[in-house]
Design a protein around this ligand. Structure first.
Ligand code: ATR
Length: 269
């Protein structure tokens, strides 16, 4: 049987094994998919050993996405734009790397939630690794605008320059955006972003790339402001896994049934 794994630290919380086994069942394929807790300073060593001993593919999670980018022999354009890698695969002795986070976000919004990104005014909150990972695939949908806002303004400006788009200071965000995407970790830290309720109310969709058992703090903020459509990052998680699965096996699994199954298990439904 072919061997796959998710590498991270921590990794015990990862849904990846379950998601990939659900996809494999859809296809009628048998595979081994393990969680590997890697010591912080041993990523390259453990990853090389995994592929040398027959591993076929690995998902990479925090904090190794940049190291995985550096380890690969060949890197896709979207991974290069992200400067980070969430999918590794060995083929003919060459270690390939890709980043499916951004396309996962795009598919979650367009295919699962049915909101087009084309011609829309998009506000992206955050300028860390999570934000950088999704900008190129978002721009490829040809939105009317993609504006970045971040607590540390210099980082928003840097990313905007790098990707040829624009940025706005957080305290100058006006009610103007159709789709607002939160790529900050503010929800995790229990802190609200200082965004006016009118901004959130005007958006047709507020999406938080984070997910939790219930609505994230940011989504609660949007709902309280009167935003009708809010969604958390579980759909993105499953969609990015589906793109990894496709790279490894050439099969596009059904994403929505797996999202529903996980929500049920999380006690969200
Ligand atoms: P990740 O890889 O998840 O993006 P990161 O690179 O540490 O992690 O970036 C975290 C992002 O969340 C940054 O945009 C950060 O803003 P700063 O650049 O100003 O640090 C943002 N963030 C984290 N906590 C926040 C908070 N309480 N309020 C607003 N933004 C926050």
């Amino acid at each position: 049987m072919t061997l796959f794994a998710v590498f991270g630290n921590p990794v015990a919380h990862s849904w990846s094994p379950q998601i990939h086994q659900s996809f494999a069942r859809q296809e009628g394929r048998q595979l081994v998919y393990e969680r590997q807790l890697i010591p912080i300073d041993s990523f390259a060593e453990v990853a090389q050993e995994f592929f040398q001993s027959g591993g076929v593919g690995a998902n990479i999670t925090v904090p190794f996405k940049t190291e995985a980018f550096q380890l690969a022999d060949e890197v896709s354009s979207r991974a290069r734009a992200a400067q980070a890698v969430n999918t590794l695969f060995m083929r003919d002795g060459i270690l390939f790397a890709d980043n499916t986070d951004g396309i996962g976000l795009v598919r979650a919004i367009q295919e699962l939630l049915n909101f087009s990104l084309h011609d829309k005014r998009i506000l992206l909150l955050g300028a860390g690794g999570a934000a950088q990972g999704v900008i190129l695939p978002l721009l490829q949908q040809r939105p009317a605008q993609l504006i970045i806002a971040n607590r540390t303004e210099a980082k928003a400006e840097k990313l905007a320059v790098e990707f040829g788009t624009a940025w706005v200071p957080v305290n100058e965000i006006r009610p103007h955006y159709d789709i607002i995407i939160n790529a900050t970790s503010g929800s995790l830290q229990g802190q609200m972003l200082p965004i006016a309720p009118a901004v959130l109310a005007k958006a047709e969709l507020v999406y938080d790339m984070m997910y939790a058992k219930g609505p994230t703090l940011f989504l609660k903020q949007a709902q309280q402001a009167g935003c009708v459509n809010t969604a958390d990052g579980l759909s993105m998680l499953v969609a990015q896994a589906a793109e990894s699965y496709y790279l490894w096996h050439g099969f596009q699994p059904d994403i929505s049934v797996v999202v529903s199954a996980i929500r049920q298990q999380m006690g969200q439904q």
